[in-house]
Write a protein that binds this ligand. Structure first.
Ligand SMILES: Nc1ncnc2c1ncn2[C@@H]1O[C@H](COP(=O)(O)OP(=O)(O)OP(=O)(O)O)[C@@H](O)[C@H]1O
Ligand SMILES: [Mg+2]
Length: 450
């Protein structure tokens, strides 16, 4: 299936139309232009290939070619000409024309030329994509999970990474992957070869944070013997990750806002504006709307940041991914601990899927890590997980190898439940999933006394 958009620039209506029709029939989207300038305007909408007549009423084909290639290096240009001298042909090739078609040309041959040209760009793009994806230390697929919530999140993440957006707001509960996402945003963007600078706003007192971010001039304060460049300057061309932005004090919030709006800042003690090109990724696990209502976060900064919000779902919203995440961490810790755990038992998986994960993926990671250190068998079992012991159901109880006397176990449990709640029968019954009659019956039957 062809999804490419092609542009035909020719002032001769008949020729232009016949080319356009034939290419449309081949399944391409085709736009037409009757002179060079309107052709260049059409190209701005995103064109994969342009067929350009050499002789146009306003500017000639070589100029169109030059400008197209300058603005869109990936575009393929095929020049049409009735009278190509060797010189122009050579010049056009040097400028990046893919091919010449001599007029009168064969329409079918032109279609084949178009198809071949598009095929080479597809290959080139694929090679580049593979190359980038292998070189990147953080890739989209490092975010494990393909429940709908995660798929949507990753699709948006990819689009934002590829966009020129200069500000991104990352929100989500603690442990949902904001740090990881910020790195993926950087390393899958065109800024990947420039610095990724990470600063935790809550880790430093206000004055230190300010001088870390913006730098300072010599003499700005007692210890400032040398001028120092701040993180914004060091990150020029790259990404600044402002983690825990919700903890930033109002005066600093004002400075960040100014930077976001004007792309300029001053060093502490400085009077000159410094301009840099950085993408700011701000993250918080607080709900900034609430912080704004409470007067702790500037509303204008919130709106400025919230232009491109990326919200990570809590793990309890995509429990389908628990299995993939557990497998991912089993692999990780097998390598790290030189273990050979084959997987997780269905009962243990059910247990993990029914947990609410207040600590999100970080909690799951910790729980699997601990389980792998404890596990004695091949598979992770319910007993290896702390929630097995916290639960009131029977799932966590393991039958000892030499068995039990069920009546005895039942008697012990009823006794423990009563003792725990000072013999409040209603509450004890609740702990055991019984009603009052049922617990009274057992108190009689086992002859229990306070
Ligand atoms: N979808 C995921 N796939 C794989 N690993 C993940 C995923 N989400 C989070 N993690 C991992 O979970 C741990 C916690 O994630 P991270 O540090 O990014 O959380 P956070 O959202 O920044 O939390 P906090 O608000 O507490 O700073 C990290 O080890 C991270 O690599
Ligand atoms: Mg974090």
């Amino acid at each position: 299936m062809a999804h490419e958009t092609l542009l035909v620039i020719d002032d001769e209506l008949l020729i232009r139309r016949s080319i356009a029709r034939r290419l449309q029939a081949a399944g391409y989207e085709v736009v037409e232009a009757e002179d060079g300038r309107s052709g260049l305007a059409e190209a701005a909408a995103g064109i994969d290939l342009a067929i350009v007549d050499f002789r146009l009423p306003d500017i000639d084909g070589i100029q169109v070619l030059t400008q197209l290639k300058q603005s869109y290096p990936d575009i393929i240009v095929i020049l049409l000409t009735a009278y190509a001298s060797v010189d122009t042909a050579v010049q056009a090739m040097k400028l990046g024309a893919y091919h010449f078609a001599n007029k009168p040309f064969d329409l079918e041959a032109l279609v084949v030329m178009v198809e071949q040209a598009l095929e080479t760009t597809r290959l080139r793009r694929e090679v580049r994509r593979l190359h980038q994806s292998q070189a990147a230390p953080y890739r989209l697929d490092h975010l494990v999970g393909d429940a709908r919530e995660m798929r949507e999140f990753k699709a948006l993440l990819a689009r934002i990474a590829a966009s020129p957006a200069s500000t991104v707001l990352l929100t989500g509960e603690s442990g949902t992957g904001k740090d990881l996402t910020a790195k993926i945003l950087h390393y899958t963007s065109s800024r990947a070869s420039k610095p990724f600078v990470n600063i935790t706003c809550s880790a430093l007192p206000e004055t230190l944070l300010e001088s870390e971010l913006f730098g300072y001039e010599r003499g700005a304060f007692t210890d400032a013997r040398q001028q120092k460049r701040g993180l914004f300057e060091q990150a020029d061309g790259g990404t600044v990750f402002l983690d825990e932005i919700g903890e930033m004090t109002p005066p600093l919030q004002a400075k960040i806002l100014r930077f976001l709006e004007e792309k300029a800042f001053r060093r502490v003690g400085g009077s000159a504006d410094i301009r840099v090109d950085v993408r700011v990724v701000a993250a918080t696990n607080r709900t900034l709307e609430d912080e704004v209502s409470a007067g702790r976060f500037r509303e204008d900064l919130f709106y400025r940041l919230n232009v491109l919000p990326l919200r990570l779902p809590p793990l309890r919203a995509h429990l389908e991914d628990v299995e993939a995440l557990v497998r991912f961490y089993i692999d990780t810790f097998n390598r790290e601990f030189k273990k050979n755990i084959a997987g997780i038992s269905p009962a243990a998986l059910t247990l993990l899927r029914s947990h609410s994960w207040p600590g999100n993926v970080r909690e799951l990671r910790n729980v699997v890590e601990r389980a792998m250190l404890l596990a004695t068998g091949d598979l992770l079992e319910p007993i290896d997980f702390p929630m097995a012991h916290a639960r009131s159901g029977t799932q966590g109880f393991q039958l000892p190898a030499d068995g039990v006397v069920l009546e005895q176990v039942e008697r012990d449990l009823v006794r423990q439940a009563l003792d725990r709640v000072d013999w409040n029968r209603t509450r004890a019954a609740k702990l055991l999933g019984l009603n009052r009659d049922q617990i009274n019956y057992r108190i009689e039957k086992f002859k229990l006394q306070q």
